[in-house]
Design a protein around this ligand. Structure first.
Ligand code: ZN
Length: 322
């Protein structure tokens, strides 16, 4: 059993990331293929690329220990049913069953944000903490909550939907989920830009950030971080708003689980040097003192590899070691 090779798969709307990973969590080989949504050949494509790659690098089929995969939507863990993946046009899709049938390997499916959290727990910033909250700040805000080493799924698989914590109870911006004022409308890349534009339009003074926006008509979250880093007043105001709401949300969440580590990942975490110290300040201010004392807030370290490594962790712990 100890020499089995774990297959991690991270299914996204545009690419499918795959990796062969050792039982120690080291990546042996990683690659990606495009997601073919149009013909829905996703499962067949995955099966083909796994056997091709295995042959190419001299791994025999019998060495493969199983597939651990993240899907972009809520999942029923026991059956591997994807309740809905809007991006892929899936509704109650039996992903585990299909994948096992086509590949001949055992499979385990979880939500993509959850497997990223497991990856960070195992080999990343989580440092094997058994109580951990992972927040992924990208175009949206995703998350995974791990309590006593296990991901919290909840009754309909929607546990850990950190992005949809209500930050602005009245008059907030509309969210993709149908509510308004969600954390996602503030702390995602999209949210940061939205707030920046709002502040720029309200501002009576010009700063380098407002000038950049007025000249080009567009700004990115990276612009906001870059200008804030140089001391731009509006940029810093945007960071203050984002850090306040993120710190408040994770403090409230942490009061429920008393985590050892809080890991912040996703593309937006590239600006952590500008916002993380502020998030920490607000976190300490709003968390129950013992909770604040026990939690360390860290930036994710695995980047795009978190998902495939978390998938491999599921194979190791849920399929092989039981
Ligand atoms: Zn929402």
């Amino acid at each position: 059993m100890s020499n089995k090779i774990l297959v991690g798969v991270d299914l996204g709307g545009t690419t499918i990331k795959l990796a062969f990973i050792s039982m120690q969590g080291d990546i042996i080989e990683k690659w990606e293929i495009p997601t073919n949504k149009k013909d829905n050949t996703i499962v067949v494509d995955i099966a083909q690329t796994i056997s091709q790659k295995a042959e190419e690098i001299g791994i025999s089929f019998s060495q493969l220990g199983g597939i651990g995969m993240g899907a972009p939507g809520p999942v029923e863990l026991e059956t591997g049913l994807v309740y809905s993946a809007v991006n892929l046009g899936w509704e109650n899709y039996p992903l585990k069953e299909e994948l096992e049938k086509v590949t001949g390997l055992r499979a385990i499916i979880d939500n993509d944000a959850n497997i990223a959290a497991l990856g960070e727990m195992w080999k990343g910033a989580g440092n094997e903490a058994r109580d951990l909250i992972c927040v992924t700040l990208g175009t949206g805000v995703g998350g995974g909550i791990i309590a006593n080493g296990e991901i919290i799924h909840g009754t309909l698989g929607a546990g850990g939907e950190i992005g949809h914590i209500t930050s602005i109870p009245d008059g907030g911006a509309p969210c993709n989920c149908g509510k308004t004022g969600c954390l996602e409308t503030i702390a995602s890349a999209t949210g940061i830009v939205r707030i920046a534009v709002e502040y720029i339009q309200q501002s009576e003074v010009d700063t380098p950030l407002t000038e950049k926006y007025k000249e080009s008509g567009v700004i990115s979250a990276k612009d906001v971080f870059d200008f804030a880093r140089e001391g731009d007043e509006i940029g810093q105001k945007v960071i203050d708003t984002m850090a306040f709401h993120l710190g408040l949300a994770i403090a409230n969440l942490a009061n429920g689980t008393n985590p050892e580590k809080i890991v912040i990942g996703g593309g937006v975490s590239k600006g952590a040097d500008v916002f993380l110290h502020k998030v920490k300040e607000f976190f300490v201010k709003f968390a129950f003192p013992t909770v604040a004392k026990g939690a360390e807030i860290k930036v994710a370290t695995l980047g795009n590899d978190a998902g495939v490594i978390g998938g491999a962790w599921l194979v190791k712990t849920k399929l092989l070691e039981i």
